[in-house]
Write a protein that binds this ligand. Structure first.
Ligand SMILES: [Fe+2]
Length: 167
């Protein structure tokens, strides 16, 4: 049937037919959407560049945004600063390098993460992140659910819990 001969007609206002509308979700809910959120923030320096501070004494972090079931943190790393090996409790996460270069060590090896590199991890993932470069680095961390507990691994069989410091 040629569409020009269709006798289908829509009566009234199509926007009133709610089930036909697929509004964009206000908040991310899937891994792909969390990755997309991180990339969108990474691309918009006005959301984060003016907030970044560098602290030679301890790693600087700032909660950039919260939403239902997730948190977004901004971290800075001066050369030599690192997280130590840690997990993220029951949280999954997306780590995105915004500036500079970070090195991630896991039991699977060493990975260099530079501008816009992203790592997606599930609960239980253990890594050690360090700025091994000669320049400061900035990273963005999305945790879902928000980070409520984490454990440090210093070679002991039983990890030690610590205050929650995004990493
Ligand atoms: Fe981490």
């Amino acid at each position: 049937m040629n569409s020009s001969h269709s006798d289908l007609q829509i009566a009234g206002d199509i926007l009133e037919v709610q089930h036909l509308l697929q509004p964009a979700r206000e908040h991310p809910a899937t891994v792909a959407e969390f990755v997309g959120l991180a990339r969108a923030i990474a691309a918009d320096r006005s959301q984060w560049a003016h907030l970044v501070q560098y602290d030679a004494v301890s790693r600087w972090y700032h909660r950039l945004r919260t939403g239902p079931g997730y948190e977004v943190w901004l971290l800075s790393w001066v050369p030599g600063q690192g997280s130590g090996a840690h997990d993220h409790g029951t949280s999954s996460g997306v780590l995105t390098v915004l500036e500079g270069e970070l090195t991630e060590r896991t039991d699977r090896g060493v990975r260099r993460l530079s501008d816009w590199s992203q790592r997606v991890f599930a609960p239980g993932y253990v890594h050690d992140v360090v700025n091994d470069s000669l320049e400061p680095a900035v990273s963005l961390h999305v945790y879902y659910p928000g980070l409520t507990d984490m454990a440090m691994y210093a070679g002991e069989a039983t990890p030690a819990t610590q205050d929650v410091v995004p990493a």
